[in-house]
Ligand binder design. Structure first.
Ligand SMILES: C[S@@+](CC[C@H](N)C(=O)[O-])C[C@H]1O[C@@H](n2cnc3c(N)ncnc32)[C@H](O)[C@@H]1O
Length: 238
């Protein structure tokens, strides 16, 4: 993964997402509204970035394990949390082999899975480490939004998209995969999980006050998709 936004610019990225529109006033409020009570729970944060979520999980009384590919992000996490969060610098596209079976109540992955080409190893491993009554909640780019940038015009083919984002106030090159809903839902079910909740997000009420045009835009046009999965076996036995 060539990702200067998350390596070279990790510190600027951390500052930018604390109060920006897409993370602070759209993605995080939506994701947090989907999560169950975290007190006393074991939470795995995959693609944790600078730890804005990890901080919320710790403050909510959870025991947190976090993974990121970027050493700079993991340095930020270690500085912030020391041994309070178990921080791991690793590529989650190969799964999370060091984690034990049935060990997490909640697995969260915010805006990270679109950096992974083949999701099958990761999703199978998430199902393995989740407790039987656990939740896997993730967010990713909305497939129909990414399709607008498709070079091939074939919605069903998985494609690497290359763009420049202004997240930190200057254009930084990024690349990520876009995939169809068919592929995404296929990976979820072949990993032994099923979708139990889906959201296309909602901007925060605060955004209505501070950036009414963005509030209006995000109220009409979703940017991300939010999915809650549970283990299929556990749901069958209920
Ligand atoms: C958009 S940031 C999101 C950070 C955090 N989840 C949040 O929402 O605040 C995506 C993060 O995923 C990480 N990432 C991308 N590909 C990864 C991989 N294969 N393994 C682990 N982390 C990865 C990046 O380094 C980056 O920190």
């Amino acid at each position: 993964m060539k990702a200067p936004l998350y390596t070279t610019h990790a510190g600027e990225y951390e500052k930018a997402i604390l109060n920006n529109i897409y993370n602070a006033h759209y993605e995080r409020p939506t994701m947090l509204s989907m999560l169950p009570d975290l007190k006393g729970k074991s939470v795995l944060d995959l693609g944790c970035g600078p730890g804005v979520y990890a901080e919320f999980f710790v403050d909510s009384g959870a025991e947190v394990t976090a993974y990121d590919l970027s050493p700079q992000m993991i340095d930020i996490l270690n500085d912030k949390f020391g041994s309070v969060v178990k921080c791991n610098c690793a590529d989650i596209s190969y799964g999370i082999p060091s984690e034990k079976d049935l060990s997490f109540d909640i697995v969260v992955s915010s805006l990270a899975i679109h950096y992974i080409e083949d999701l099958s190893f990761l999703f199978r491993d998430v199902a393995r480490v989740l407790k039987n009554d656990g939740y896997f909640c993730f967010s990713t780019h909305h497939p129909m939004v990414d399709y607008l940038s498709s070079p091939s015009g074939n919605y069903y083919s998985r494609e690497l998209l290359k763009q420049a984002w202004n997240t930190i106030g200057q254009p930084v090159p990024v690349q990520f995969y876009r995939r169809s809903l068919t592929e995404l839902f296929g990976v979820i079910s072949s990993s032994g999980m099923c979708v139990t909740s889906l959201s296309e997000g909602a901007p925060s009420e605060v955004l209505k006050e501070i950036a009414p045009d963005s509030f209006e835009h995000l109220s009409r046009k979703p940017a991300f998709l939010f999915i809650e999965c549970r283990k299929a076996d556990c749901l069958k036995s209920r």
